[in-house]
Structures are given as structure tokens and as C-alpha cells.
Design a protein around this ligand. Sequence first.
Ligand SMILES: [Zn+2]
Ligand SMILES: [Zn+2]
Length: 351
Amino acid sequence: MELVIEAIILDYDHLKIILGGSEESVTMLESRLPSRTNGLNLPLHPLQFLVLFVLIYFGLIWNCVTVPALPTVWQPAGYTILAVILISHVITYAVATIIDPADEMISHRLVKGTSASLDRSIHKHAIENNFCYLCECMVGDKSKHCSICNKCVEVFDHHCVWLNNCVGRKNYRTFIACLFTGLMGSIIIGSINLMLFIAYFTDKNRGDILQPYAELLKTSTESQVSTVTTGTAQFYLFFRPAPYEAFLAIVALTTVMGFIASGLLVHLLGFHVYLWFKKLTTYELIIQEREKADLEAQRKASNPSIQEREEQATTSTSCLKSVKPKRSIVPVSTTSMKELQQKQKTEYSLV
Ligand SMILES: [Zn+2]
Ligand SMILES: [Zn+2]
């Protein structure tokens, strides 16, 4: 008992000594595969750099192009609202990335890393009866072993490539808050830039939306010269005078980027709202769909009349009808199952 307590507070080198320093014990420890702790572990995922680039781009354009082009009275609200949303988004993104979503038992294990291999002839799954044969410890009911992070994750939802981390019980709410703040920010950025783009063509005689037009109208009133029709409004990029074409191009690009980001986030957030109503995790939904597909394949395989009808329907449109082997339906269904499973794996890893 004393040995165990002592070992918990000691590091890896001390552990080797406690185990007796024998060659077997040292080899056993060193042959274990390392587990990822969080989304900052190397290698980083390329999508993390994309997120960073988009956040910096939106922050710079909003503060140095979009808001300065709005009427002066709107500008304080413009700076403040998006600052709050963007900062909240960055914080939730960072927290969801940094949190280690591992199962509690993994966090308290004496030996880190996992067993180097799993004997599939003995164990069909890594976790059986709540025992993970890779992590070599008991885990929670809804814990799953993520092959990318190489550890069991508590109430596993999915492995998120945008965070480069798993999403589980410990960071699920932060992940949803990250999606929500990201969606709010991208909708505001896309909408306001779209408004500026439209206003360029419609606001020239009013100056209600674009500050450069308001300035032009003010100048014309003061000088009593009709510069509204003859003058040219001065647009700015990063507080420096710039041609209106460059201003319009940046505003259009930001509008498109804002709405693309909104579309992706609406899709993702909508999917998680659907899961919330269904009381399922992403992983459970995938397994449920896979089981349905399995049952359907088995039903077709066990009912030759269905097979034959489907085969006839398929082959009737083919010029090779007369040479097609009759037993093709089973390999086809097996292949389609593999494709479906592959598709599901891809979808699950991309969420
Ligand atoms: Zn595990
Ligand atoms: Zn993972």
C-alpha cells in the first residue's frame, strides 16, 4: 500500500526503480505508446492554423476596415460587440483545446501511455466490460478509446480536428459555447460587410450607412458645391486612403468568408442540437446508424427473393446482363457496408 502511494507521487524514473529496475520492467515501460494530452500536443493539425488565420483576418478587417466605414455614432457599439464575441470565442476555443478530456481513471493511472498492441484474436474491441485493454484500466460506461489521442475519453463524443483534441464530457459545453460564439461572430461580420457592399451602390445620396459618403455630403453642404454628384468619396483600408475598388474587394471577400464560416457553424451547431434532442453523442449516433445498416444488409442477405429482385433491377439496365454472376449480391452488399463504414469514419473524424 505504501509503495503504491509513494509511486503515485514519483515520476517515471523513480517508478522504474520501484519496479526493481529489471530489464523486463524497464522494457515494459519504455515500449508503451504515448497518449496525447490535449490539442496542443504535436503534431498540430493544419486546420488549427486555418482557425488562427481566420480569427486574425476577421479581427483585423473588422477593426481596421469595417467599423471605420460605418457612421461615427455606430462605431463604439461596433467595436464593443464584436470584441466581446471574438474574445469569448478565442477563450472557449483555447479552453476546449487545452482541456484533457481523458477518462478519470486514465488521469489517475500510475503508468502513462498504452499497451503497444491489442490481440484482436482475443479481444474484439479495445473496451470490453468497461475494461480498456489498451489503457489497461477500468473506464466509464460511455468512455471510448480514441485511436488518434490513444487514450480513453470520458463520455466520448468525437475527435475534433479543428481542436486537434477529443470532445468529451469535460469539454463538451465549452465546445458548444465555442461553436455558438463563432456563429454569432461570423453572422455579424458577414451581414455587416454585405450591408456595406450594398450601401456602396445605394447610399451615395444619403450617407446613412457609409461614413465616406457622409463625409462627402458634409463637405458638399459646407462648400455649397454639389460634390455629391461630381466628387468622389474617399475610402480607407487600415486607416489609410485606398481606391474604392480595393475597399469593395475586401468587403466582398469578408462577406463571403463570413457566410461560409456561418454555414459550417450552423450545420455543426444544428447537428449537436439534434443530438441533444435525441439524447445521443455523435459516436452513439454513428454506431446506431451503423447497426441499422448492418441489420439491413443482413436482411437482404437472408432473403434471396429480395436479392434476386434487386439483382434483376440492377442488371436489367446493364448490357452485361447475360454474363453477370448470380451471387454478386453478397459481395456487393459487403462492399457497400465497407464503403458506408468508411464514410461514417470519415464524417466522424471531420466533425
Ligand atoms: Zn483506452
Ligand atoms: Zn481523440
